[in-house]
Write a protein that binds this ligand. Structure first.
Ligand code: F0G
Length: 462
């Protein structure tokens, strides 16, 4: 630092220091190629989804040297008591960590985030742990973690002056995009794999007013189609390949640590589909570390469904030289029925940096874990339950220690897929290949006569 700058800095009060730190940080923000050999930078307002020079994924990168960690922590706490929309949002409350806008006028918020951290002794016992906590993203406005990223993505769309936004989705991204785009006065265009998303999610897209196109193809095939459409039109692409969505999504990690009073857990475990969420958590923790908010990062666990587990297979191989997509991914956890995840290079980076592990879980294990989370009074959709199923496996393999602090991220609300729930509890749930799933924690409804005496006999048997 030049001596004149030092003198000026010394003469500054805390408010001015804070402002100048934020300004420097914002000035450093750039769209940056994720590939370590390229790292080409582009203006934040350039509409690109991959690096024009090398084809790599993009991220928003910052220089964290002017961060004010202790002051920020106090500011974020104070904002929880404030009624301004941006301070009530569990995403924009942490805006110092995502300074990619030059003004707040385009911010679209439905008061996303603010999701609870819930402990469950029952679920801990099931997994073989002393304790477990769930951060439940299903408490979001549209019932999934996608809202954290979508508020940022739709805000960027508005800032760019876009009128139409599009995504392909296994259901939650589309529900979220439909809500945020409609709230912002933009037109949502949604592409869905026909017949392979839960009815609850499809219903949300319709209710939130999206143009809903059901395509006879799987998620991976439709993503290629939508990328082509975005290139040939002015439609703004809001899949998790969009780096601004990841900016919003990484605040899940920040909010989690704020809720834990900045005590870093040993493990944070997420379900893995397109792997955007793994990338977002990894980026969030790494940036908090660089900004001085935390002294270490947690290990990240990723769990994939057995029939849709290309990242699990990739990491299991002795050497990671080639990523092989799963051509026909299958799982009843339709949210993570993805065979060719676009964000795998980012997720791989997270695994290497944070000492992560990838596990898989069978349909039976996911179904049982889901019922255990339900019986704990918490509940979640099938993909979310892959976390507990995977944790149970990792504990039995001694990779996660019994007394370690584990946080599982529940990504979607229990009501996203009621059909699955009913079938499980009534013994009608079958795997995609037709095998019966045992309702080990089943809870069948009973038909009783309209007769108090008979009903009392039933109660006495309990
Ligand atoms: N859990 C749920 C409930 C999801 O909806 C998704 C992804 C994931 C986990 C996996 O997250 O893709 O970032 O690894 N759903 C996307 C969608 C693909 O279209 O809604 P990921």
């Amino acid at each position: 630092m030049e001596s004149s700058t030092l003198e000026t800095t010394a003469a500054m009060g805390p408010a001015a220091l804070y402002a100048s730190g934020c300004e420097k940080l914002a000035a450093s923000a750039a769209l940056t190629c994720f590939e370590p050999n390229c790292r080409a930078q582009y203006p934040l307002t350039e509409v690109i989804y991959q690096c024009p020079r090398c084809g790599g994924l993009l991220e928003v990168a910052y220089d964290w040297s002017s961060a004010h960690p202790e002051l920020w922590k106090r500011i974020w706490r104070a904002r929880r008591m404030d009624n301004q929309p941006m301070n009530q949002s569990g995403v924009w409350r942490y805006r110092e960590m995502m300074p990619f806008l030059d003004s707040a006028v385009d911010v679209v918020t439905l008061r996303e985030g603010n999701t609870p951290v819930l402990e469950s002794a029952r679920a801990a016992e099931y997994a073989g742990l002393d304790r477990i906590a769930f951060k439940h993203q299903g408490f979001n406005p549209t019932g999934s973690f996608k809202d954290n990223g979508m508020t940022a993505g739709v805000t960027q769309a508005r800032r760019l002056g876009k009128r139409r936004v599009a995504c392909v989705s296994t259901g939650n991204t589309s529900a979220s995009m439909a809500a945020y785009a409609s709230a912002a006065g933009l037109t949502p265009v949604i592409f869905l794999p026909h017949g392979n998303i839960s009815f609850g999610k499809l219903a949300q897209a319709l209710e939130y007013g999206a143009l809903t196109l059901q395509v006879e193809a799987n998620f991976d095939e439709i993503l290629a189609l939508v990328r082509e459409i975005a290139e040939r039109s002015d439609v703004y692409l809001l899949n998790s390949i969009n780096p601004f969505r990841i900016e919003g999504q990484k605040t899940m990690a920040i909010e989690l640590l704020d809720q834990l009073d900045w005590r870093v857990p040993d493990w944070v475990v997420v379900p893995g589909g397109n792997l955007g969420n793994t990338a977002a958590f990894g980026k969030g923790f790494a940036e908090m570390h660089k900004a001085g908010l935390i002294k270490k990062v947690p290990k990240i666990g990723v769990v994939q469904a057995e029939g849709s587990a290309p990242f699990f297979e990739f990491m299991k191989a002795p050497r990671q030289d080639a990523f092989h997509a799963v051509r026909t991914p299958e799982t009843l956890a339709t949210a993570i029925r993805i065979g060719d995840p676009v964000s795998w290079p980012k997720a791989w980076h997270v695994m290497r940096e944070a000492g992560g592990i990838v596990e898989s879980a069978s349909e039976q294990e996911i179904a049982n874990a889901k019922a255990v989370i339900g019986k704990a009074g918490i509940g979640c959709e099938p993909a979310s339950a892959a976390t507990l199923a995977g944790i149970k496996r990792l504990v039995s393999r001694n990779i996660i220690g019994r007394n370690e602090n584990v946080v599982a991220i529940l990504t979607g609300n229990v009501l996203k897929d009621p059909d699955y729930i009913y079938r499980y509890h009534t013994g009608e749930l079958k795997t995609p290949s037709g095998a019966q799933i045992r309702p080990d924690f089943g809870n069948r409804p009973m038909v009783v006569p309209n007769d108090a005496g008979e009903i009392l006999k039933v109660l006495d048997r309990m």
